[in-house]
Design a protein around this ligand. Structure first.
Ligand code: PEP
Length: 256
């Protein structure tokens, strides 16, 4: 069974001091929790400080984005070479990057390729808009987007996929467990077609208004291995509770 993964996307929140305090509080709250890979994704400027704050613990650190080239005249951008050694993960293809910064599957694919080349583990986000869902196109959109973003990725080691319906992100309106499971199962089928048995190592996460109250509904699903958490990851106790619930559900599933 794949190790569950819970990642906190802090988005454009927290000053340097707030980020360090949040990382320390999460570290304290999770000191005794095992069996879940936990990733904190602060803003770029706080990555080094958060990495220091969690050093010696099981917590991992991730970036929220990355440029697809190593260096060059790209004012304001952050490259994979700058990230490798500083963090282990990078969120790629988040719907906010797609919507506000025009990122396409093709660009996300170039980023995924570069991340892997530099030893960074991509948390690749895919998901449909409300309109696409209402038109009955959710499955087609998500499978096409996934395949396009994974073009040229021959081995999936280190990869995680987050199914994040755009309509559920930051809205307080999560998918139901059933909706999330159907789409996670689709993601799994696409991955299995592409990678065969190796696909079983890839954690498939659900993201979109996850809170401690609804976590169980998602992580009990057979094809969901954790969560990508936005808003609720900014509160140490809420985030820690999401991780604890994930650990509990998984250890029960392991016993059964
Ligand atoms: C996200 O940022 O990926 C996300 C799912 O946000 P939220 O949990 O706030 O919906």
């Amino acid at each position: 069974m794949v190790t569950p993964l819970v990642a906190g996307n802090w988005k454009m929140h927290t000053t340097l001091a707030e980020a360090v305090a949040l990382a320390r509080a999460i570290r304290r709250a999770l000191a005794r929790v095992q069996g879940v890979e936990v990733v904190l994704c602060p803003p770029f400027v706080s990555l080094a400080a958060v990495a220091r704050a969690v050093r010696g613990s099981a917590l991992r650190v991730g970036a929220q984005n990355m440029h697809h080239q190593e260096k060059g005249a790209f004012t304001g951008e952050i490259s994979p070479t700058m990230l490798s050694g500083l963090c282990q993960y990078v969120i790629l293809g988040h719907s906010e990057r797609r919507r506000h910064f025009g990122e396409t599957d093709d660009l996300v694919n170039r980023k995924v390729l570069k991340a892997v080349e530099h030893g960074l583990r991509p948390i690749l986000c895919v998901g449909e808009s409300l309109e696409e869902r209402q038109q009955g196109r959710a499955e087609g959109v998500v499978s096409q987007s996934l395949l396009a973003c994974l073009k040229g990725i021959g081995a999936p080691g280190g990869l995680a996929i987050a199914y994040e319906p755009v309509w559920a992100i930051g809205t307080g309106v999560p998918a139901t467990g059933e909706q999330a499971q159907l789409m996670a199962a689709l993601v799994r089928r696409v991955l299995a077609d592409r990678y065969g048995r190796e696909a079983a190592q890839i954690p498939v996460l659900y993201g979109g208004s996850v809170t401690p109250t609804n976590t169980q509904e998602f992580v009990v699903q057979p094809d969901i291995d954790g969560a990508l958490v936005g808003g609720a990851s900014l509160d140490a106790e809420s985030f820690a509770q999401i991780v604890r619930l994930t650990a509990q559900v998984r250890s029960r599933a392991g016993e059964g």
